[in-house]
Design a binder for this molecule. Structure first.
Ligand SMILES: *Cc1c(COP(=O)(O)O)cnc(C)c1O
Length: 422
């Protein structure tokens, strides 16, 4: 069915959308008294209405039970995080034992590097993508220096070819082979935060492992967005934040995957704390550390329940809808957005260019030629929430859970008015 850039057609797509009603499950900010068109679910997902109940429940248990809440609330705090493992494992394609929730993303990646970046005098290099998310760059540099190595030597960035906007899998694989015996770790963002490119995680994982390295993934922009099969791909580890496509709220708890091959071992290097010890003997307060048999062995502190409760609310919604349905809608709404952009681009005589490749998830990154921040400001003032990345890129992520086809049409009209106004 060919798309049309009309309000009527957009409404027809909404009427056919099986999950259109989920839009009402979220709080939308308002601009000029009107619900916004929200394109920044890749940065901070909207608040699900049901989240408040989950948080209130913890507040009430704290109010009424105080310390007894650890064991005697309806959802006891001491193992509250265990409720998230099964639904989250489905989202990332893992076994329940391989998944846990704790801390925040960069913290977890550091902790995982304690276990999976173990440089030797000959095998010490890390492969990552060029211009990785800044927090990841700082992490790589500080980890390498912590081991007494030189970042310029130990960190190998994979470059895009001149004039191209995306990385080629063949270039990544050949770099992995080239570094070969010196390669200790491959750690890349599964979906690039800037261009929205989805990496071929399966092939890259395979290449890294055949080179004898550990392979991990930063899934900040991938989780809740694209299909993941961490277990089948045989990745060693992964971590992600939950506040982007997973709508768990600002700075809330991060998720972790550790391949079952690494579970139940006493000899793996790891920073440890009491929440990683066996539940049965934890409160005997013994000096010996006995690791949990699952990914919870990496837990350190007791559960930050107020940060985990919103994630549980969000996971309930992912359980109801399921990734396949979300991905089906995502494909359609992103294609429709792309179509609307091309139509508007024709009408305003080629002012912008979509730099996101065909291997994409929810995000289209749009390079604006000859348009600066004033256009971005115009969009924001007119109820389009998007973001701006230097030098001239707006990122548009129509999260399938709550964005509508009508939003895409209306956005096109506002964009056109903003460009013509100049
Ligand atoms: C959003 C994002 C982060 C954020 O890290 P925090 O530790 O949660 O602040 C890290 N890495 C990537 C690739 C991201 O997109």
């Amino acid at each position: 069915m060919p798309f049309q850039n009309t309000l009527e057609f957009a409404k027809k797509l909404d009427a056919e959308d099986k999950i259109h009603q989920y839009r009402d499950e979220f709080h939308f900010p308002k601009v000029n008294g009107k619900q916004v068109i929200y394109f920044t679910g890749n940065s901070l997902g909207l608040q699900p209405k049901r989240t408040r109940e989950f948080v209130d429940e913890v507040m009430k248990d704290w109010e009424e039970l105080a310390v007894e809440g650890h064991f005697h609330s309806e959802k006891p705090w001491w193992d509250y995080h265990e409720r998230l493992a099964a639904p989250l494992a489905k989202v990332v394609g893992a076994k329940t034992a391989e998944v846990t929730v704790m801390n925040t993303l960069t913290v977890n990646l550091h902790l995982l590097m304690v276990s999976f970046y173990r440089p030797t005098s000959t095998r010490y290099k890390i492969i990552c993508e060029e211009k990785a998310f800044p927090s990841d760059q700082y992490m790589f540099q500080s980890q390498v220096k912590f081991h007494g190595l030189n970042p310029d030597d130990a960190i190998v960035e994979i470059k895009k070819r001149n004039g191209e906007n995306h990385w080629r899998t063949e270039d990544i694989v050949s770099k992995i082979n080239e570094v070969g015996d010196e390669l200790a770790l491959v750690l890349i963002g599964g979906v690039n935060y800037y261009t929205g490119q989805v990496f071929d995680m399966e092939s890259i994982t395979r290449a890294g492992k055949s080179a004898g390295a550990f392979v991990g993934w930063d899934l900040a922009h991938a989780v809740g967005n694209v299909e993941l099969k961490l277990h089948d791909w045989d990745a060693d580890f992964a971590a992600w934040c939950s506040y982007k496509y997973m709508n768990s709220g600002p700075g809330n708890a991060s998720g972790v995957f550790i391949n079952e091959r690494h579970l139940g071992k006493d000899d793996i290097p790891r920073f440890e704390g009491w929440w990683g010890t066996k539940k049965e003997t934890r409160f005997l307060m013994k000096p010996e550390f006995e690791p949990m048999e699952n990914a919870d062995a990496w837990q350190i502190s007791n559960v930050p329940v107020l940060s985990v409760a919103p994630y549980l609310a969000s996971l309930e919604m992912f359980e109801e809808v399921g990734m396949p349905t979300l991905i089906e809608k995502r494909n359609k709404i992103v294609s429709y957005l792309e179509f609307v952009l091309h139509e508007i681009d024709k009408e305003v005589e080629s002012t912008f260019e979509i730099i996101t490749s065909e291997d994409r998830g929810c995000q289209l990154s749009v390079f604006l030629h000859g348009q600066g921040r004033p256009l971005f400001d115009y969009l924001m003032k007119n109820g389009v929430i998007t973001d701006w990345r230097e030098p001239n890129v707006i990122r548009l992520a129509p999260a399938p859970f709550y964005c509508s086809f009508e939003d895409m049409y209306r956005f096109g009209q506002i964009l056109k008015a903003g460009i013509l106004k100049k």
